[in-house]
Design a protein around this ligand. Structure first.
Ligand SMILES: NC(=O)c1ccc[n+]([C@@H]2O[C@H](COP(=O)([O-])OP(=O)(O)OC[C@H]3O[C@@H](n4cnc5c(N)ncnc54)[C@H](OP(=O)(O)O)[C@@H]3O)[C@@H](O)[C@H]2O)c1
Length: 290
């Protein structure tokens, strides 16, 4: 992986060209086939990583509607196209939403994956209702902290999990209880209406047994390996959604939702940020333009 000069991309039909101000990435995205090939499995290297952005629209592709040149935007880009760790990127307009003028670009770039994943897992796939109980794995992490806050706001009882050192953070984000997965017994949680699993494996399998009759296990960690008896199991991959992005950013503006940014680094340090030598807590944002 290297930082290099490449031509500015050309926006295709229904695309916008975005001047990227801040960008987000997923630590394990270099292991995804979609980082190296297109939809037809054709090699697309050298590829540009990163799929979250906040920036300003500088050009429209043929037929593009709904966004205009000069507009501030943020969103989640296509997994199989060149991404957002770049000064400019071409993105389908439908993957973006307006970024209000009082929301910093770094904050905007930190929201799409964790915010949309939390929203879709809780409200679309998990069908969360007020008064239900939710077990949120990795509740101090990027996705888990959003899940915890959105579920609490929706009137759910939230039980967070993680390592002992994450207890304070999880409770600060709104979890009512915390299970230290390294020393507490997960099974002591009893029955819950919804499990939001970010781990899979052994934790995912054991969590299926905690789902009440009629409840749902939602996983973002790949295919579910154990299904709840009398409940549903759903795994999904996050998709962009303009209306949901708008809901998320409105909550950030009104102080109802806090993003979980750990580090902000310039584009010159993006290669090192994607290959960290030490453990990173919270989301890393690449500030492409100062
Ligand atoms: N399917 C999808 O659409 C989708 C979308 C977004 C993310 N994901 C995936 O979901 C996972 C979580 O993403 P994220 O951004 O939330 O990651 P993250 O910010 O690293 O959060 C993970 C959290 O889980 C904790 N944790 C990790 N391993 C643990 C263990 N063995 N025991 C207890 N706690 C543990 C971490 O604590 P420490 O900091 O102490 O390690 C951290 O608080 C990633 O694998 C990501 O690729 C999938």
């Amino acid at each position: 992986m290297t930082l290099t000069e490449r031509p500015e991309p050309t926006p295709a039909g229904n695309d916008v060209l975005v001047q990227v101000h801040a960008s987000g990435f997923t630590p394990d995205e270099l292991s995804w086939p979609s980082s190296w090939t297109d939809r037809l499995d054709r090699d697309r290297t050298p590829s540009v990583p990163g799929h979250e952005l906040a920036g300003v629209v500088t050009a429209l592709g043929y037929g593009t509607a709904g966004l205009s040149v000069g507009q501030r935007v943020f969103g989640l880009t296509d997994w199989t196209r060149d991404g957002t760790l770049a000064e400019y990127t071409a993105v389908e307009a439908r993957n973006l939403a307006p970024l209000p003028g009082d929301v910093d670009f770094s904050v905007g770039a930190s929201l799409p994956i964790s915010g949309l994943t939390a929203w879709q897992g809780l409200f679309e796939h998990g069908r969360l209702q007020a008064g239900q109980s939710v077990l949120v794995h990795g509740s101090a992490g990027g996705v888990g902290s959003m899940v915890t806050q959105l579920a609490s706001e929706a009137g759910a009882y939230v039980i967070g999990t993680g390592r002992a050192g994450s207890r304070r953070t999880a409770l600060d984000f709104g979890a009512q209880e915390f299970v230290d997965l390294e020393s507490d017994a997960l099974e002591d949680v009893g029955g819950v209406d919804l499990v939001f699993d970010v781990f899979g494996g052994d934790i995912g399998r054991r969590s299926a047994g905690l789902v009440k009759e009629g409840g749902i296990l939602v996983s973002i960690a790949g295919p579910v390996e154990a299904r709840p008896v009398g409940g549903l199991a759903i795994d999904f991959v996050v998709e962009s959604d303009r209306r949901q992005l708008a809901e998320i950013v409105q909550r950030v503006r009104s102080g109802r939702l806090r993003t979980n940014i750990g580090t902000v680094v310039p584009l010159d340090d993006a290669v090192a940020a994607l290959n960290p030598t030490a453990h990173v807590r919270g989301k890393t944002v690449i500030r492409v333009r100062p």
